[in-house]
Design a protein around this ligand. Sequence first.
Ligand SMILES: *[C@@H]1O[C@H](CO)[C@@H](O)[C@H](O)[C@H]1NC(C)=O
Ligand SMILES: *[C@@H]1O[C@H](CO)[C@@H](O)[C@H](O)[C@H]1NC(C)=O
Length: 261
Amino acid sequence: MNLYLISAFILTCLPFSLQTKHDFDLLIFTQNWPATVCKEWKKMNPQHQCSMPRKNDAWSIHGIWPTKLGTIGPSFCNRTWLFDPDKIQPIENRLLEEWTNIFNGTSNYALWAHEWTKHGTCAAQLETLNSEFKYFSMGLDWLEKYSMGNILSKAGITPSNSQDYHITAINDAIKKQLDIDPAIECRKMDGSSFITEIRICFTKDLKLCDCDGVLARRDIGSDSIITNCDGNKNIIYPHYKENSMYIQLYKLVTWLQWFTF
Ligand SMILES: *[C@@H]1O[C@H](CO)[C@@H](O)[C@H](O)[C@H]1NC(C)=O
Ligand SMILES: *[C@@H]1O[C@H](CO)[C@@H](O)[C@H](O)[C@H]1NC(C)=O
């Protein structure tokens, strides 16, 4: 390439790309369903264990993700702004319960550090989210307001290992209560479709909005739903099963031993 082209590129493209590289249109607030996340983690390796939130059947926060429509990200907007545990110390106990790192064996801070450096440093362009404390506090506020556990149970959709649900019922429950289209994600395991994440979206001034452009829409019956879930089969919204019966039995036996000797 000749020098002229290089300098033309630097002069015209570089200022432009610096300006727009980290732009975004909306914020995705993602909640995950720990029982499915755990099942997937254990499927990757039978030795894996899960650190579940203490509260049973509670949805957990995955992250707040700035997103430019039609793409993924921006991400890692400031690589020198590292996660600092001291900054979230006042809310750490709540985060442990509500923004839980389910992958036991990885550091307590691994999930938060990842979410902060990848997404939080981009969200920080907004005054409302321009510190670690604000970013993580917003997640807690939104979970309190928009917990999928509450929203789904109001529509009679509760975790179950015997009953399953149609994607339309899940989508309708959220649409009816929040008046926006969410994005619903499933994982296929053992030939079944398990609900794993529900995303709701916010404009940059933090008003709820449709999640168009986040996942593709699919026509399911007469509905158009933003999802990767199976439209032809029901979806499982499972209860977490703590231990196999053998482990329960083993616990009982060791307890009895302790008790009798
Ligand atoms: C995580 O695993 C460790 C051992 O690797 C275990 O001692 C601990 O109880 C586990 N935590 C949870 C919450 O299951
Ligand atoms: C990146 O983060 C550091 C640490 O907070 C800050 O001092 C710096 O101004 C930030 N850089 C940009 C380009 O925002």
